[in-house]
Design a binder for this molecule. Structure first.
Ligand code: ATP
Ligand code: MG
Length: 280
């Protein structure tokens, strides 16, 4: 009869970033298992420590921050986008203006600070507002982006965080009507080039409510989502020209780039730093 690792052992191995195939190993008897566990645990502890030393002595910045820097550099230095910085606390009215009402799936995911204020679940409302203000001053095109934390109540799992980093860019009045999808594809490809990631596909989808969208997908995981206007929400925000925009989940990109199976390794955390387990 073969034995597998105990539940506590499995938990410990997962915590230390063991591969799934290792966690599911089978043994002839308990004695062999215990010996193997001790060796494995020691090896993984060493690997995690080495990763932390490598961070201190090498890059000195987590991959999440490196990805952000590469995208920001590309957007500002090569594509003419300007960075904006808007509040993390979002008035309820701004959510309503996105038509995130009672029956919207995002509604249940919102963290409320008080009756009239929530933590932003997305950057789109602030970017809508900001691009209208800037269009009045700059005229067309308006090319802006923001990067920062967004918050959603999620039922956890390996691909969702309650707080994650979104980078969202929008280009208003930059293309002729009919050319939005081409422009989205072009920007999506260049963004992936900028971060040096090629394990992705572009997936176009048609939605009755949101129109045509373009997702960037790695494996089965959506790492970014693009949309364009004219869009049914636009006139609420005083937007009347064509626009294209893409929102990137930076932890999802970091996770796929590093081949990790759990997004927690790359998110804001006191248990992990840059993929390595702390408290070891
Ligand atoms: P999913 O269906 O996977 O929950 P979504 O459709 O809710 O994703 P969007 O609203 O399109 O995601 O958000 C844009 C991007 O933000 C996603 O492509 C993803 O990379 C990222 N993202 C969304 N929710 C989370 C989360 N809870 N944790 C980490 N990243 C997220
Ligand atoms: Mg979601």
């Amino acid at each position: 009869m073969s034995v597998s690792f105990s539940i506590a052992q499995k938990q410990r191995l997962v915590e230390l970033n063991a591969e799934a195939s290792v966690v599911e190993r089978e043994f002839e008897d308990v004695k062999t298992r215990e010996k193997s566990f001790k060796e494995l645990e020691q090896k993984l502890i060493t690997e995690n420590k080495e990763a932390l030393f490598a961070l201190r002595d090498g890059a000195r910045r987590p991959i999440l921050c490196e990805i952000e820097s590469k995208l920001v550099k590309w957007l500002t230095e090569e594509e003419g986008f300007t960075q904006v910085v808007t509040p993390v606390m979002l008035p309820a009215k701004m959510l309503e203006k996105m038509t995130i009402g009672e029956d919207h799936p995002l509604k249940k995911q919102v963290f409320w600070v008080d009756k009239n204020k929530c933590l932003r679940p997305m950057l789109a409302p602030n970017l809508y507002d900001m691009m209208r203000s800037l269009q009045k001053v700059w005229g067309n095109p308006v090319r802006i982006f923001e990067v920062g934390p967004c918050f959603r109540k999620e039922s956890q799992g390996a691909e969702h965080l309650n707080e994650f980093t979104m980078l969202n860019f929008v280009e208003l009045g930059g293309v002729n009507d009919g050319e939005q999808m081409d422009r989205l594809r072009q920007l999506a490809v260049k963004a992936m080039e900028a971060i040096g990631f090629d394990g992705y596909e572009l997936v176009a989808e048609e939605s009755v409510v949101y129109g045509e969208t373009l997702d960037i997908v790695a494996g089965d995981l959506e790492i970014a989502s693009g949309a364009y206007g004219p869009h049914f929400l636009d006139d609420k925000w005083g937007i009347f020209d064509t626009w294209v925009g893409i929102g990137f989940g930076l932890e999802r990109i970091a996770m796929m780039k590093e081949n990790y199976h759990n997004i927690k390794r790359v998110g804001r955390s006191l248990a992990y730093l840059n993929g390595a387990r702390l408290n070891i």
